[in-house]
Design a protein around this ligand. Structure first.
Ligand code: G6P
Length: 597
């Protein structure tokens, strides 16, 4: 979603800030803007992409100055236009603000601010006006007083025209960090924005204010007490956040999956046993809360944990969880799965579970994220930075974590031999994912053939059904083709009425004991004019006795096939979108990290 970058230092700030918000483009946004301090605060903003903002800067003779803030906005309050874009400036021009998050009480605040007229529809402009209203001669006091009246979530970058050599920041619930360089300092909503300049940073915690000059950073709480914070080090290098020769981040991240999977799995397999970072997990029932792909990873988790450990698992869409009055008991465990660790719905579900008194475990990629910080225990997936909006390697690492969890929970009940054989098979996944990646030409050929279809169904049973839910989402997200995932046996109970000549039905059929059934369901649609593409294992492909297009994955225990079928479906969706000239890394209307409910 929205992105913030701020700079104060000895270099001209414009290009540093523009490069910074470019690195945040992947989060999804619909307008951008920049403000620089040089004889007052000068603001340029534009609807659309950063490239459009850059054109506007050139038309205006560019901005100069050594202090500035920049922003990419994903519209919540008010349309994505030039006026609503950030930075927002206060009525008398004293304060300029960029903001991520939502001010929930902005209307009440607006009505209480007498004498102020708003130009935009944003909640952010109210913050700028409030700051100006509260400012006498001390910005720290003005920020602290203002923040105490704000309800909701915010990360704020703030300039004051009276202090042309100070950058201010404040945060509650939306991520913000302060990065430290030599004779220069930064604020950013995401380390990717400033990694090319420094790896050292402080994470702003809840209800904290930062005051930056080019040579110093100081932190305060909302009572204006100075705080001592620990300097952190980000070991993600810049190459990890760049495309590395691939045309899209998504393809790069698909290709990185063998490595990402190894990094999730290998450190947790010690002496033929599973060690989940020392965390002992006990539960008589598991509730998984997550959104989008993470929820689909949860479905794989449900299938595998229930099968191996015989512990009931319920997967809740996080946005529904707390409104559905879920039945929770003290010995239940709530697992929040989230790549970003900042998804507002998932965070709210996690907080609800905590409030109900049950233990929580976070499975996240971004380590210092809110979901990680608020959970009782955290299992990082260590997939590395994921830039493309549509998740690939983080999803793969999430399902590996589900396998690890299932095996760990099943250890005491499974016969030792069975446990060891599954553990061994699981460790073959990285090399088998690589051999699926090596088939990208065949998958691309099918993608080309089917790219013009207007409707694509994906079917499967059991684990295969869980896997096609994610496959279908990938297609929808990046190629904009209408697609549905269906339990193979359910198609005939209604949805088959939509099948007509040329409808494409992709079947994941990798589970030996139900292969026949899935193939029968496929026959039903073929009889109605559909075309089919079957994803199955080398061994099971011999069982397909009718003529069909088949993509073969290596043989592996059926509980782990999702790790391989997923990669086929990711590549298929990628190449379909490529064929259709879609904006693959930043699909329309989507954001990488959705920090509003
Ligand atoms: C957004 C993204 C999805 C993602 C979901 C959950 O909707 O567009 O791709 O699966 O959020 O994100 P999380 O960071 O919580 O895994």
């Amino acid at each position: 979603m929205c992105g913030i970058v701020g700079y104060i230092g000895k270099r001209e700030a414009q290009n540093i800030l523009i490069a910074g918000i470019r690195r945040l483009e992947y989060r999804g946004y619909d307008s951008a803007g920049i403000a620089l301090v040089d004889n007052g605060v000068n603001v340029i903003k534009s609807q659309g992409k950063v490239a459009k903002l850059e054109e506007k800067l050139v038309q205006n003779g560019n901005l100069t100055g050594f202090l500035g803030i920049a922003h990419t906005r994903w519209a919540t309050h008010g349309a994505p236009n030039d006026i609503n874009a950030h930075p927002q400036t206060s009525q008398n021009g004293k304060i300029t603000v960029v903001h991520n998050g939502i001010i929930e009480n902005y209307l009440t605040l607006k009505n209480s601010l007498h004498g102020y007229q708003c130009q935009s529809d944003t909640d952010t402009e109210i913050v700028a006006n409030l700051l100006e209203h509260n400012y006498k001669d001390n910005m720290l006091t003005a920020i602290a007083e203002t923040c105490k009246t704000l309800k909701g979530s915010y990360a704020l970058g703030i300039l004051c025209s009276d202090t042309p050599d100070i950058l201010y920041a404040a945060k509650k619930e939306s991520p913000l960090l302060v990065a430290v360089g030599e004779g220069e300092n930064f604020i950013a909503s995401d380390m990717a924005a400033v990694l090319e300049h420094t790896n050292s940073y402080y994470l702003l915690d809840e209800s904290e204010i930062a005051i930056l000059t080019k040579d110093s950073v100081k932190f305060y709480d909302f009572e204006q007490n100075e705080l001592q914070k620990n300097l952190l080090y980000a070991d993600w290098d810049i190459a990890a956040a760049e495309k590395g020769g691939y045309p899209h981040f998504m393809l790069k991240e698909i290709m990185e999956q063998p490595k990402a999977i190894k990094e999730t799995m290998n450190p947790r397999i010690i002496n033929n046993d599973i060690n989940l970072d020392g965390i002992e997990i006990q539960a008589d029932k598991i509730h998984i809360v997550a959104c989008g792909s993470a929820a689909y990873a949860g479905l794989i988790g449900k299938a595998v944990i229930e099968k191996l450990a015989r512990i009931p698992v319920e997967v809740h869409l996080a946005s529904e969880f707390r409104y559905n009055d879920p039945i929770l008991s003290p010995n239940n465990l709530c697992i929040a799965i989230s790549q970003s660790g900042e998804t507002a719905d998932t965070l709210a579900a996690l907080r609800y579970a905590k409030k109900c008194g049950i233990k929580t475990l976070a499975i996240v990629n971004v380590i210092g994220s809110a979901i990680a910080r608020e959970s009782d225990n955290v299992l990082p997936i260590w997939a590395g930075p994921e830039i493309a909006v549509a998740t690939t390697k983080a999803y793969s690492a999430q399902i590996i974590t589900m396998y690890l969890l299932a095996l760990k929970l099943a250890k005491t009940t499974l016969p030792t031999e069975k446990f060891q054989s599954l553990l061994g098979e699981m460790q073959t996944i990285p090399e088998k994912v690589q051999s699926v990646l090596d088939q990208q030409d065949i998958i691309q050929k099918y993608a080309k053939e089917y790219a013009k279809r207007t409707s694509i169904f994906l079917i499967g049973r059991g684990v295969d059904f869980a896997a096609v839910t994610e496959g279908s989402l990938k297609l929808k997200e990046i190629s904009y083709i209408h697609s549905e995932a269906y339990a193979a046996g359910e198609l005939k109970h209604g949805t088959i009425s939509l099948v007509e000549d040329g409808t494409l039905v992709i079947a994941a059929a990798t589970t030996p004991h139900i292969l026949e059934k899935t193939l029968s369901n496929l026959q039903e649609v073929l009889a109605r004019g559909a075309n089919s593409l079957i994803i199955t294992t080398e061994a099971l492909s011999n069982e397909v006795k009718f003529s069909a297009n088949i993509i073969k994955i290596p043989n592996i225990h059926y509980l782990f096939t999702a790790s391989l079928t997923t990669v086929v479906m990711q590549l298929f969706a990628y190449y379909v979108a490529f064929e259709l000239n879609c904006e693959i890394d930043m699909p329309r209307n989507l954001a990488k990290s959705v920090t509003v409910e």
